[in-house]
Structure formats: C-alpha cells, structure tokens
Ligand binder design. Sequence first.
Ligand SMILES: [Zn+2]
Length: 207
Amino acid sequence: MIRSVSSHDLQAAFLDHSIKTSGYDDHRDYIGLSTIAECPAEIYRRFFDSTPASVRRRLKTKASYEIEEDLKARLKAIGIYSPGKEISLFDGMVKGHTDGELFGALLEIKTVPLDDHIPQGKIPIRVYWQCQAYLKYGEYSLCHVLYYSREDGLFRFFEVDPHAPTMNLIEGKLERLVRAVRTRTRPACECGKCQDPEGALQADGHR
Ligand SMILES: [Zn+2]
C-alpha cells in the first residue's frame, strides 16, 4: 500500500495517464470534415504536418472529450441519444466523426470556455459548414448543435437544415483539396494569413 507520494510524482503520474488517454490523433493522415471551412492552404499544410502536438494541446483535447462524454451521458439518460459514426470519402482521404444522433437527426457538440461564447443568433460559419458536410455525407435531414459553456454549464441547442448551395461548395472544395494533396500542389491561400513556404525560401534567396 502506498502511504505517501510526493506532489512531484503525482504530477508526473497524472500527466502521463492524461497524455496516454487524451484521444489526441497524432496520425491524422486525412482531411477532416470538421475543419472544412478553413483556408485550403492551411488544410493542405496540416495534412503534411508531422509536428507532434504540445502537452497543452493534448490536455485540452482530453478535457473537451471528457465534457462531451458527460453531455452524451446526459442525453442518453433522457433516452434520446445514439452514438455517432465515421464518414469516410475519397478512399479514406477525407473523414468526419459525428458526435451522435438524436432521434435519427445529427448531433454536433461544441464546448466553449465562457457563457458569452454561446452564440446569440447564428452559429459561426465554420460550425455551419461542418454541419452541412456531415448532413450531406452522413445523409441526415436535420442537425442539432449543442453549445455548452464550461464557465457555468449553460447550454443552448441550435437547428441546422440542409442547404444545397453550401453543400455544393463543400463538395467542390473537397475535390480540389484531394487533387491538391494527391499531386502535392499547395492550393492558394484564401485567408491572407498563410505563409507560403516556397515563397519564403525564394524571398530569402534573393536577399
Ligand atoms: Zn490561408
């Protein structure tokens, strides 16, 4: 029986377990539907990025997963929850993982740090696009988005209906991204924030 343990050892053991069970996907060799609204150049960069995630990133992932599991348990307890599924497209190069279903409708869970971060009107465009992608490729006719604040535990449900024009934009974007990855051709930046690695090198060479 352990009679005493130092806070240093506690810290190390707790951290080790937390990291090992964080659920952080280090070998994410696919284009995720969850971030399909992002800049194509950034999605492309991430596809080939092999930098290991920081400890902080892993702990954050674990914390969000734990909250999500708790919320799913609550939905299960009131008898309306069934598990999500994996969506796989383009021979597995594009994937999405849904959070679950409520009476056959799609469920998407978003946890936010503060009560004020729960949308008052419309949900953010990146979440809207994620929902449209899951609605399209998961063949759902309705999506419930559950926003949950880690500050006071406040929450709010939103409904998203399928929107064909957005789905068509997503389909076109995915086709361009898959082609870019297969041919290793970096797509043009659309956000204005991405650095062009080759451009930066060329600029260096001309200095
Ligand atoms: Zn960009």
